[in-house]
Design a protein around this ligand. Structure first.
Ligand SMILES: Nc1nc2c(ncn2[C@@H]2O[C@H](COP(=O)(O)OP(=O)(O)OP(=O)(O)O)[C@@H](O)[C@H]2O)c(=O)[nH]1
Ligand SMILES: [Zn+2]
Length: 383
């Protein structure tokens, strides 16, 4: 939609624009860009704002610029275009070239990807991933086109056949669920999940569930080690509700990936957080496994009070991907200060002599159990 405005109209619209955007967009910059023939300047500014903040969706969606009115003293004639609707959203899941996006308006849109974005990468399947913050252009009642992807703050990925596959983007927490009993606590497994959290710089939360089955004193020493390393440790019981309100407050408005061995109570905890949450995840996973993209298909499941739990079939009990023997030490907070002080620069702190890490264990600077977990990981990673 395009309509020429008189310069009087132009002034009025500019005043309206200034009032609406109050300092968020500098009109002088836009004017200069327009005068230089960049007719996308205004649209760009508004798009940026749509992606980063929650705009007023019920009013005019996009402000289009036109430099076609030479009578306008500022060289800038602006008109409002209500057809070109663009809104911010979150990618819930990706199926091939189709993405399911939850718009700021709460509507779920089936979206394709703008051609320009597709061409930005050689591997088209991973232009957009679950968890991405995007701007979409609404096409029909429940369809749209992804126009922009906001830079990611974090990514969980794996490499296969030399290609990086991003599994989910913008994850805030890795919730590592373990159980105090039935099955008994396996700290070495917690250490493996911690390694992944460190690798991808995602904040881990260690959650020891089924606390109703044991006396908390039993776990003081081991929890002390994690707490000293600066990890957040939560003691919960899905059965009695212990620790659940705290966990709920923590994951609210965040994006949380849940990991843990089978039977530790992940589903029970999710249900304690929000009734039917595990059921919803189960349904989504079942739908997924019927599709073609089973291995990497992640889903964001919205939480009633804000935020998402991420269901990533491959991650619930994930393996150590893409970590080399030489990287492990640097990814463990307690080993890290010592890894560069060994006699041999290629020391893997395993069988070598004059190893600063082993000395630190002997001197009590590194917890012996943590070092044992390290050795097991190294053994597993070695061919
Ligand atoms: N006593 C006790 N039992 C629990 C608790 N949480 C879960 N359970 C029980 O542990 C069993 C396994 O719980 P789930 O929630 O299915 O475990 P999960 O981690 O989701 O297991 P997978 O789906 O196999 O990965 C069930 O029988 C639950 O009732 C708890 O806090 N205390
Ligand atoms: Zn060493």
């Amino acid at each position: 939609m395009s309509a020429k405005k008189s310069s009087g109209d132009g002034r009025k619209v500019r005043a309206e624009f200034r009032k609406k955007h109050q300092g968020r967009v500098r009109e002088s910059d836009l004017t200069r860009r327009f005068q230089q023939g960049d007719t996308d300047a205004l649209e760009d500014a508004v798009k940026e704002e749509r992606v980063s903040g929650k705009g007023d969706l019920t009013r005019h969606r996009t402000i289009m610029g036109s430099a076609s009115n030479p009578g306008d003293s500022a060289g800038l004639a602006v008109h409002l275009d209500v057809d070109a609707a663009q809104i911010g959203g979150r990618v819930l899941s990706v199926h091939g070239l189709q993405s399911r996006v939850r718009g700021e308006d709460g509507v779920i849109y089936e979206c394709t990807v703008r051609q320009l974005l597709k061409s930005l990468t050689t591997d088209q399947r991973h232009v957009v991933v679950a968890g991405d913050h995007v701007a979409i252009r609404v096409g029909g009642p429940k369809t749209g086109t992804i126009e922009r992807i906001k830079p990611r703050t974090s990514e969980l990925s794996r490499t296969s056949k030399g290609r990086q596959h991003v599994i989910v983007a913008n994850v805030d927490y890795l919730l590592i669920v373990a159980s105090a009993a039935e099955p008994g606590l396996k700290p070495n497994l917690i250490d493996r999940f911690l390694l992944t959290a460190e690798q991808f710089r995602i904040q881990p939360i260690i959650c020891i569930n089924k606390m109703d089955l044991i006396s908390p004193a039993e776990f003081q020493p081991i929890m002390g080690v994690y707490a000293q390393l600066g990890y957040r440790v939560l003691l919960t019981s899905a059965e009695t509700g212990q620790g659940v309100p705290f966990l709920k407050a923590l994951v609210k408005d965040s994006q949380t990936v849940v990991a843990g061995q089978s039977g530790v109570g992940k589903s029970s905890l999710l249900n304690a957080l929000e009734p039917d949450l595990a059921l919803r995840i189960g349904k989504v996973s079942a739908e997924n496994s019927k599709g073609k993209h089973t291995t990497t298909a992640s889903q964001l499941i919205p939480l009633a009070e804000g935020g998402y739990v991420v269901d990533t079939p491959g991650i619930r009990q994930f393996q150590l991907w893409d970590i080399t023997v030489r990287e492990v030490g640097g990814l463990m907070r307690d080993l890290r200060p010592f890894v560069n002080a060994c006699r041999y620069p290629d020391c893997i702190h395993f069988n070598e002599d004059e190893c600063a890490v082993k000395d630190a264990v002997a001197d009590g600077h590194i917890d012996a159990r943590r070092y044992d977990a390290y050795c097991q990981i190294i053994e597993d990673l070695q061919p």
